[in-house]
Design a protein around this ligand. Structure first.
Ligand SMILES: Cc1cc(NC(=O)CCC(=O)O)nc(C)c1Br
Ligand SMILES: [Fe+3]
Length: 264
């Protein structure tokens, strides 16, 4: 169901918006994921794609972090061993110059997420209190077989409960170009293969319910991801982190006292 032609003023589009949110609620409760096609329409989608392309051409993207600890010496990019990931990423708040269309996208996703989080009879979505999200992570897989290994976004209760990914790839044909997002190939659960199609938005639970991978892409593949926090889980995670830091600080302070002063 596209929001594209939803002028939001007419009652017709209001009903379409309600239906969209109801579909997302049903999908999230039934499958733990939801795919929305034609989210913003061709015109808005193209503006976002052009904005992302110019950011990429301006060199704003960095290599995605590898899972193993990065070697810092100069050759790190050549002797990094087997690449865990091939994507290049950049983070966007949405108000930076030249990012207004990414900003528009995140506002649109926000309104859907906040709406479904507060609608009645929304099942699991009702358990969360979503107030915040991360900035938008703009990712580019430059093709030539770059991929992303199987992983869970939030395996340890860091607060993130919903992953939302918006794809920008016009006329993507996975038979030729690969790049499928494969979710939940763990035995016993149904597998979902999602093509990174233009103007497609996907939501899924960020936790262990949805292990996923990006299969090797043979064409430039753009995606924009935001993660939504549950207020309680996020607060508990931040408190744990604070506790950890203070423990580490105390431990290192004690260790410091124990060691002879090595600076002399
Ligand atoms: C940086 C980062 C990216 C991703 N991206 C995907 O899973 C790819 C989804 C897609 O493009 O279809 N996941 C994590 C847990 C981190 Br961290
Ligand atoms: Fe992921």
């Amino acid at each position: 169901i596209g929001l594209a032609d939803a002028s939001f003023m007419g009652s017709g589009s209001e009903r379409r918006y309600e239906d969209l949110c109801r579909n997302i609620i049903n999908d999230m409760n039934q499958y733990g994921l939801s795919v929305v096609d034609d989210f913003l329409g061709m015109e808005k989608g193209l503006k976002i794609l052009n904005e992302v392309r110019s950011m990429y051409n301006a060199g704003a993207f960095q290599d995605g972090q590898v899972a193993s600890n990065m070697r810092t010496d100069a050759q790190s990019s050549t002797v990094r061993g087997d690449k865990i990931r091939g994507d290049k990423i950049t983070w966007v708040g949405g108000n930076e110059p030249g990012c207004s269309n990414v900003g528009y996208l995140t506002n649109q996703i926000d309104s859907v997420v906040y709406r479904v989080n507060t609608m009645k009879d929304n099942g699991i979505l009702g358990n969360y209190h979503i107030r915040e999200r991360t900035r938008a992570m703009v990712a580019c897989y430059p093709g030539s077989g770059t991929h992303y290994v199987m992983h869970v976004d939030n395996p340890n209760k860091d607060g993130r409960v919903i992953t939302a990914i918006y794809y920008l790839n016009i006329d993507w044909d996975a038979k030729e170009s690969g790049g499928i997002l494969r979710i939940r190939p763990t035995p016993g659960t149904t597998m979902a293969d999602v093509e990174p199609k233009f103007d497609r938005l996907i939501f899924f639970w960020s936790d262990i319910r949805n292990p996923h991978e990006v299969q090797p892409a043979h064409r430039t593949r753009y995606a924009i991801t935001v993660w939504y926090f549950d207020a309680k889980e996020r607060e508990e995670a931040l408190n744990r982190a604070k506790l950890e830091t203070s423990k580490t600080n105390n431990a290192s302070a004690i260790a410091q006292q124990a060691e002879p002063d090595s600076t002399t």
